[in-house]
Design a protein around this ligand. Structure first.
Ligand code: UT7
Length: 327
């Protein structure tokens, strides 16, 4: 059996902090509303000129350094993102060039906030089939670039950031990705989408005037899907591995809203001490959310070698996914 073992992890968030109080000067909101409805206190916003590939490359650099591999060892780069630098070339190709990963194939994966776990799943299967030994998996998004700062129902939620892991083929023991589980359900464009700029609606004066290049979301409808699907896909992973909830050392859910995290944890019988939360610092960073959290959990000592970590996420599509990793 070949396991995809995590041998490096890293993350990067822009320096600029946007607080709830600052948002009160931009839209009709309050720190009290944002904190009580979402748990978010602040988020990071990329300065002008900074791109998703910059953030992805910074996170990846740290992960590769920790892994001890050389840049030439990386055979595949996957970037989960919905905010690529440009429509093409892919952000992963831009990262490849920035980091000199000259022996790697590279492509992006668009799966909304599930982008990192989808990418991890693809990577794990390439490793399990013996095709590649060393893969760089990145989740990175600059949601501030597609957020409408006149829409109070969305602009308080999102932030910028990214994280990365380096996977290596491990045949020595059962450490690494134990399983991944992916689901999709199209037909929910009305709940979460960004319509403008694709083949359906190329950029035009009209699309810009109608603010079609920004995220449109029906939050409370998505909230219900989120809690139910995140619970179901976490249970699927636990059952698949013949585990019980109490066997999991750390649950790292997508960081979209503390109420979603708490409701999911409750349904799964996870005490909050076993749940990693950093949504208060970054808001929802889409594909960046899980790898940033994994990096912080590892560096703060909450995730140790041999621990069982459960991750899950839901996003546009809808897509949702989970994985259990023996760290
Ligand atoms: O990454 C993909 C996953 N994303 C998510 O899972 C997001 C899921 N949804 C959510 O997190 C929550 O639904 C929100 C935080 C977006 C909203 O919370 P809610 O409890 O569902 O509130 P709501 O949308 O039902 O809005 C309640 C009220 C409305 O006013 P009325 O109609 O009751 O008078 C909104 O206009 O809150 C109002 N409101 C705000 N008030 C102050 C909406 N946004 C704001 C705001 N500040 N920023």
């Amino acid at each position: 059996m070949i396991y995809s073992k995590v041998i490096g992890v890293g993350s990067y968030v822009p320096e600029r902090v946007l607080t709830n109080d600052e948002l009160c000067g931009i839209v009709d909101t309050s720190d009290e509303w944002i904190t009580s409805r979402t748990g978010i206190k602040e988020r990071r916003i990329a300065e002008e000129g900074l791109t998703t590939s910059d953030i992805a490359a910074e996170a990846a650099k740290k992960a590769i350094k920790l892994s001890g591999l050389n840049p030439e060892d990386i055979e595949l780069i996957l970037v989960g993102t919905i905010t690529p630098d440009m429509i093409f070339p892919s952000t992963s190709c831009i990262v490849q060039e920035k980091l000199g990963l000259k022996n790697a194939a590279a492509f992006d994966i668009s799966a909304g906030c599930s982008g990192f776990i989808y990418s991890l799943s693809v990577a794990d299967n390439f490793i399990k089939t013996g095709k590649y030994k060393h893969i760089l998996v990145i989740g990175a998004d600059l949601l501030s670039r597609i957020t409408d700062y006149t829409d109070r129902s969305t602009c308080v939620l999102f932030g910028d950031g990214g994280g990365a892991v380096v996977l290596t083929a491990n045949t020595e023991n059962a450490r690494g990705v134990l399983s991944t589980h992916m689901h999709s359900e199209g037909g929910h464009d009305d709940i979460l989408m960004l319509k403008g700029g694709g083949s359906l609606m190329p950029a035009s004066l009209e699309s810009v005037n109608n603010r079609e290049h920004y995220i449109k979301m029906k939050g409370s409808e998505l909230f219900r899907y989120a809690v139910n699907y995140l619970k179901a896909v976490a249970e699927e992973a636990i059952k698949f591995n013949n585990l019980k909830a109490e066997d999991i050392d750390l649950f790292v859910p997508h960081q979209a809203n503390i109420r979603i995290i708490e409701a999911t944890a409750k349904k799964l019988n996870f005490p909050m001490e076993k749940v990693f939360v950093n949504v208060e610092k970054y808001g929802n960073t889409s594909s960046g959310s899980i790898p940033i959290a994994l990096d912080e959990a590892y560096k703060s000592g909450r995730l140790r070698e041999g621990n069982l970590v459960l991750i899950d996420a839901i996003g546009a599509g809808l897509t949702w996914a989970s994985s259990i990793i023996r760290w």
